[in-house]
Design a protein around this ligand. Sequence first.
Ligand code: NDP
Ligand code: 8X3
Length: 249
Amino acid sequence: MSGTILITGATSGFGLATARLFARDGWKVIGTGRRADRLAALADELGQNFHSMVFDITDEAAMASQFAALPAEFRDVDILVNNAGLALGTAPAPQVPLKDWHTMVNTNIIGLLNITHHLLPGLIERRGVVINLSSVAAHWPYAGGNVYAATKAFLRQFSLGLRSDLHGKGVRVTSIEPGMCETEFTVVRTGGNQDASDTLYKGVNPIMPDDIANTIHWVATQPKHININSIEIMPVNQSFAGFQVHRDS
Ligand code: NDP
Ligand code: 8X3
C-alpha cells in the first residue's frame, strides 16, 4: 500500500519520524513546518518523493499559497496527519499570558482546522485517512494543563465528529493520544530549557518519536473497512494520580 501523505510539523519529533518511515515505505511525503532549513535537510535526505511546504500553520493565506504551488504529483493527498502543535508553559491558568493561550488555540485548533478543511474534499474523493495528534491530556486533567489540554480534547472530539459527518464516505479518522514522549515538546513548552526537558524524561523510558510513527503507520495501513477511532498510549512508567482536595480553614 502506498500513496501520498501530508504530515504537518515534520521538522521535529513525531512528524519527522513519520515522514522518514513513510518515505522508506515508498510513500510520497509532504512535510510542513516553519523551519525551512530543517525541511531542506529532510528533502536532501528523502529525495524526490519528498516535498516541503514552509508556512506557519496559523497563517491561512500562507497555507493556501503553498497549496496553490504544490507540484501535480503531490496533489492527491491520501493521508493527512495533523501533528503540528505545541504546549506553552505549565503555570496555573491565572498566571498564563493570554497570548500563550491564543498561540495554542491558533496552532493546535485553528491551523489544524484550516488545513483539514482545505484537504477534506480530496480526502473524501479518495476515501482517505485523517490522523489527529491529540494527547492523554484530552482525558486526564493535570495542574498547568489548562488550555493545552483543552485543545487536545477538542481534537479528540473533532475526530469523532468527523467520523459521524463522513459516515458512508469511506474516510477513516483516528485520534492518537500519547502520554510522555521525548521530542522537542518540553523544550518548546519551557521556552527553550533543554535541562528541564532532560530532567523530565530522565529515567522515565518515555515513548520515542519512532514509537508514534509506527503507530501512525499501523493505523493508516489497516484494511480499508477498519477504523481505529482512538488510541491512548503511555510509557509503562507513567500512570495516574488521584484528585487533589483543598480544605477551607
Ligand atoms: P515537537 O516540538 O518535537 O514538534 C512539533 C512540530 O510542530 C514541529 O515540527 C513544529 O515545526 C510544528 N509546529 C509548531 N508550531 C507550528 C506552527 N505555528 N506552524 C507550523 N508548524 C508548527 O513536538 P512533538 O513531536 O512531541 O509533537 C507533535 C504533536 O504531538 C503536537 O501536536 C503535540 O501536542 C502532540 N503530543 C506530544 C506529546 C509529547 O509528549 N511529546 C504527547 C502527546 C501529544 P516548526 O517549529 O518548524 O514550525
Ligand atoms: C503531551 C503529553 O502529558 O505533557 O500532550 O500533556 S502531556
